[in-house]
Design a protein around this ligand. Structure first.
Ligand code: HAM
Length: 404
């Protein structure tokens, strides 16, 4: 009898099993709780939108629109796309539902799957999940600062202390054209070293050369003029006020004058949440201001600012477990909230060889404490949180196999 072949999930798509979905639920519940205190209500958006929505809002020459969207023709030939992000959909809904008139300074949050046909690599999937929040109708720096305070409190609340907030301003319609021209000049002077895609970007959208993934282009662009040096008076003042408010509220952040985002709709404030120990793709979230977007989608001249976090790696425990599991080790993951003693009892019941402990102290120090549950050694052993997968696996094997 012929045994039928099994069918695997599509490349870049995956299942979320109970260990992980429990963790996600905790992140979503925390978002609901924290965001509600700042006046956000949940919006549930369709997963499919007209392709034109993304082409118009994200920018025709962004990587996402050029090569990463899942687009298809519906049976009636309408061009449709699985949403690669949700800000465009939020703005569409804000206009279509009449919120733009009835509640112009609406605060909306969302969660759900997004789709980008990226090269699969650690932490990047073709279907991934975001939690995001958008403030419409506010162009004042207080709105940016309030959003960033909320983001900071949320991250602290879910125990993601190993993350860093990076901030910049990407200019506005006054000063961005000046910067674009400076980049173009720089690009022309280094034309020979740039890839064919960047030759095209140079004319159409020179900012996109800054996030080219080709290594030789990255080396050249690392020496390009930075946007922070081209800001107009209005953008400088806006940024200075956002920073003053963040400092007042003791939100930790670092300025990154090279930070530009991969989407064209940004204006002024731009930021990323970066986590160490995740390799090249180390941003777990990002966002910024998008003052021209509502108008670009046919609405009035209304401002907006928001962010999205990938639900994947906000938990450093999950990041650590994933690296160990990718290296072939069996790892059970328990959420926080129970006593260490109870957690160790569970580990014992499951006949775990080692217990890896990631509490507040460990997150501060950037390393997990390891307990040998069989040999009950007193000698303290650690796993650095920023080590690569293979290094982690080697350390664990040495702990299991290596004598005293
Ligand atoms: P984004 O930077 O494109 O921004 O995405 C936000 C976060 O989603 C990224 O920092 C990254 O962690 C995660 N992400 C993106 N692509 C993938 C992937 N293929 N696999 C796993 N995670 C991924 C936006 O999406 C904007 N809509 C954010 C925003 C809201 N700006 C203003 N409001």
């Amino acid at each position: 009898m012929r045994v039928p072949d099994t069918i695997a999930a599509v490349k870049g798509f995956r299942d979320v099993l109970p260990d992980e979905s429990r963790r996600w639920r905790a992140l979503e519940e925390a978002a609901e709780r924290v965001f509600a205190r700042y006046g956000f209500g949940e919006i549930r958006l369709p997963v499919v939108e007209r392709t034109e929505l993304f082409a118009r809002s994200l920018g025709e020459t962004t990587d996402i629109v050029e090569k990463e969207m899942y687009s298809f023709a519906d049976r009636d030939e309408t061009g449709l796309t699985l949403r690669p992000e949700a800000t465009a959909g939020v703005v569409r809904a804000y206009l279509e539902s009449g919120l733009a008139q009835s509640d112009p300074s609406a605060r909306l949050f969302y969660r759900g799957p997004m789709f980008r046909r990226e090269r699969p690599q650690r932490g990047r999937y073709r279907q991934f999940y975001q939690i995001g929040a958008e403030v419409l109708g506010r162009d004042d720096p207080l709105a940016d600062a309030e959003l960033l305070v909320m983001l900071d409190r949320y991250l602290a609340g879910v125990g993601a202390r190993a993350t860093r907030l990076e901030l910049n301003s990407v200019g506005d319609r006054v000063c961005r054209p000046v910067y674009r021209e400076r980049l173009r000049e720089f690009g022309r002077a280094h034309l020979a070293g740039l890839c064919p895609d960047c030759h095209r970007r140079l004319e159409r959208n020179p900012l996109r050369m800054l996030d080219c993934k080709v290594e030789s282009c990255q080396e050249i662009m690392a020496r390009a003029p930075v946007v922070a040096d081209s800001l107009c008076e209005g953008c400088r003042a806006h940024l200075a006020q956002v920073r003053a408010l963040l400092e007042q509220e003791r939100v930790d952040y670092t300025m990154n004058p090279r930070l530009v985002r991969g989407l064209d709709y940004y204006c002024r404030t731009a930021f990323e949440v970066v986590a160490d120990g995740l390799g090249a793709q180390n941003a777990v979230g990002g966002g910024g201001r998008y003052d021209g977007l509502v108008a670009a989608l046919g609405g009035p001249d209304i401002a907006g600012v928001g962010f999205a976090l990938a639900a994947r790696a906000v938990g450093p425990a999950l990041a650590l477990a994933t690296r160990l599991r990718d290296g072939g080790l069996a790892v059970g993951l328990e959420p926080e909230g129970r006593s260490l003693k109870a957690l160790l009892r569970t580990a014992d019941r499951r006949h775990a060889r080692l217990a890896v402990i990631l509490g507040e102290e460990e997150l501060e120090a950037g390393r997990a404490t390891v307990r040998d549950l069989v040999r009950h050694q007193d000698r303290r052993q650690f796993l650095p949180l920023d080590a690569s997968g293979p290094e982690l696996v080697r350390s664990v094997q040495a702990m299991i196999g290596g004598g005293e």
